[in-house]
Design a protein around this ligand. Structure first.
Ligand SMILES: Cc1cc2nc3c(=O)[nH]c(=O)nc-3n(C[C@H](O)[C@H](O)[C@H](O)COP(=O)(O)OP(=O)(O)OC[C@H]3O[C@@H](n4cnc5c(N)ncnc54)[C@H](O)[C@@H]3O)c2cc1C
Length: 556
């Protein structure tokens, strides 16, 4: 057994195989080709293949794609539905109202519907054809720094073949130290490495707290006879029921190819009620008369969950440090107002590429040259979009009708609103403690709601996500204080992790009357990271499991 870690040097290393980094890698190769510069470029992805951890809506604004690959249609870009014809509904428990006025940012003319999983696989083919070395099944588990700790020099991948007691198995393979002149972090929402960088280099200091939303999404196949398939509508958004007006979020339903639809619910994680269960709310959305009628006779093909960074402009970190750049959702590039982040992620990756080439030419890999990426973002449409939406997430977090006052003022003041900046609270701080009088008010089971085909329970959903992890490995979910779960957390919040996790990773088992213990099912994990974000005591840390583990999305 060879235990020694090897070093694999690259010129440029991309961490994460999402649209941000894939667009960045393609653009970089094109620019280097034009200048006759030869580059060794690597990209790692923790999913077992590119696209297997990609889950999105997704309506694609093609603005960045048109710039990156102008003949994308001729090159076989997988489009599910070429035209977006919007409808916007307000839902009450049993009724729905087609909102006559759709805010300008919710218009999707000129956009198309894609599956991010298919789209990233296609982008990866483009990148590989240009010479990018793509390594799926490799998790970045640690940042490598120069000896003086001032510069990032690469990323270490995790060892494989370690058992749950941290001993080496016969299948042991040591991780690799991937070193690079410049490392580009595009880990998506709540990246674990970017947080490590923040702890060392403070890239998020002085910023507003990052806030997030959790989304549960399904791809549903409808029967040929389904009336929605022949209707003109291709894109629907809803607000109101089941979240009400105190919780940020809403539903989406997009038409896809082959009689399929994408249906999802986005839930703002600043919610206050510890009994709130996003998965249950998603089922309630499906049962609503408007949606139930559309999906009647359908069958869930795939299900999954993921978080979105919703904070926007005021939560963006410093985008460059010595030796590294930060792109896409990791760097809060998602525009919550438009529920879109693919185009901004791609553009940020491309601007990173445009910064890297001159930095290499000048042979200066410090923040002095890499910092120009920040100015490029500021001069681009990413900034214009974000600046106009700079207080949107905060306004949406307001309770009840106050939300509409804030949104209205922002609408007519190009984002300035009542206060600029409007403050926001971190998601883990917002749960309200339960009083003892509510001790029995735990969520009721939803068993009767499920038929196993169109309405599926959490565990069937996990099965439909294809998620798999090597069982005999160290638990990738670190619960710092297990006693807290059975004592304080039970009394104060009735163990909200058992509800906010969409994959039943967390369970409280009663070992004897009144003696409870937290049981973890890490193999179910969908890598959404809601637990790390919403846990009220910051008691849970999500780390990357052995590379290749996790969901196996293919059409989400
Ligand atoms: C339900 C939902 C609906 C959405 N709808 C839309 C929409 O309609 N339109 C739109 O434009 N946007 C939408 N978005 C947002 C959009 O999907 C994201 O903004 C976009 O995917 C961000 O791209 P990214 O490359 O930054 O990150 P990601 O797409 O998240 O990709 C990051 C990749 O990095 C990998 N990774 C993470 N950490 C590591 C590590 N340590 N080592 C190796 N690999 C790692 C991950 O597995 C992942 O594949 C939606 C998001 C969700 C969740």
């Amino acid at each position: 057994m060879n235990d020694a870690r090897e070093e694999l040097p690259f010129d440029i290393l991309f961490i994460g195989g999402g649209p941000a980094n894939l667009a960045g890698a393609i653009h970089l190769m094109n620019l280097a080709g034009e200048k006759g510069i030869e580059l060794e470029v690597g990209l790692i992805e923790k999913g077992d293949e590119i696209g297997s951890h990609a889950l999105s809506g997704a309506i694609l604004d093609p603005i960045a794609l048109e710039e990156l690959i102008p003949d994308y249609l001729a090159k076989g870009c997988p489009i599910e539905e070429p035209e977006c014809r919007d409808e916007f509904y307000f839902l009450t428990r049993n009724r729905y109202f087609n909102v006559p006025f759709t805010p300008r940012y919710m218009h999707n003319e000129g956009c198309c519907v894609i599956s991010l999983s298919k789209f990233t696989r296609w982008l990866a083919e483009m990148a590989e054809s240009l010479g990018v070395n793509i390594f799926p099944g490799f998790s970045g588990t640690g940042v490598i720094y120069s000896s003086d700790n001032h510069r990032i020099t690469g990323v270490a991948t995790g060892d494989k073949g370690i058992d749950k007691n941290s001993h080496k198995k016969s299948t042991f393979e040591p991780g690799v130290d991937l070193t690079a002149k410049i490392t580009v972090f595009g880990e998506g929402s709540r990246g674990s490495l970017i947080q490590e960088v923040d702890r060392k280099m403070g890239i998020f200091s002085d910023k507003m707290p990052q806030v997030f939303e959790t989304a549960i999404k399904e791809v549903i196949e409808l029967p040929d006879s389904n009336h929605f398939l022949s209707s003109d509508t291709t894109v629907m958004h809803t607000f109101g029921y089941p979240l009400g007006l105190h919780t940020k979020g809403g539903g989406f339903l997009y038409k896809m190819a082959k009689n399929r639809i994408s249906l999802g619910l986005v839930v703002g994680l600043e919610y206050e009620n510890p009994l709130m269960e996003p998965y249950r709310a998603f089922i309630q959305l499906k049962q609503h008369p408007l949606i139930a009628k559309i999906i009647e006779g359908g069958k869930v093909l795939q299900q999954g969950a993921k978080t979105l960074p919703a904070g926007g402009y005021y939560t963006m970190p410093s985008l460059a440090v010595d030796g590294a750049l930060f792109v896409g959702d990791s760097a809060s590039m998602l525009n919550t107002q438009r529920l879109k982040g693919i185009h901004t992620a791609m553009k940020s990756g491309m601007l990173a590429a445009e910064t890297i080439i001159p930095a290499l030419e000048e042979d200066d890999l410090t923040r002095r040259t890499l910092g120009k990426y920040e100015s490029k973002v500021k001069q681009s449409w990413i900034h214009r979009e974000h600046y106009a939406a700079r207080n949107f997430s905060q306004a949406l977090s307001k309770k009840g009708l106050l939300k509409f006052v804030h949104l209205g003022v922002q609408y007519f003041t190009q984002g300035k609103g009542v206060n600029d900046p409007l403050p926001i609270e971190a998601d883990h701080t917002t749960l309200k403690e339960m009083g003892d009088e509510k001790a029995t008010e735990v969520s009721v089971p939803m068993a009767n709601d499920f038929d196993g085909e169109l309405y599926v329970d959490k565990l069937t959903g996990v099965y439909l996500s294809g998620t798999q992890h090597v069982e005999d490995q160290p638990c990738h979910l670190i619960v710092q204080d297990m006693d807290l779960c059975s004592t304080r957390c039970y009394h104060e919040y009735r163990n909200p992790c058992t509800r906010f996790c969409p994959a039943q990773v967390y369970e409280m088992v009663e070992e004897s009357p009144g003696v409870r213990r937290l049981k973890l099912n890490p193999a179910n994990c969908l890598h959404c990271k809601t637990c790390e974000i919403k846990d009220p005591y910051n008691n849970i840390t999500w780390t990357c499991p052995e590379g290749g583990g996790g969901p196996k999305y293919s059409i989400t």
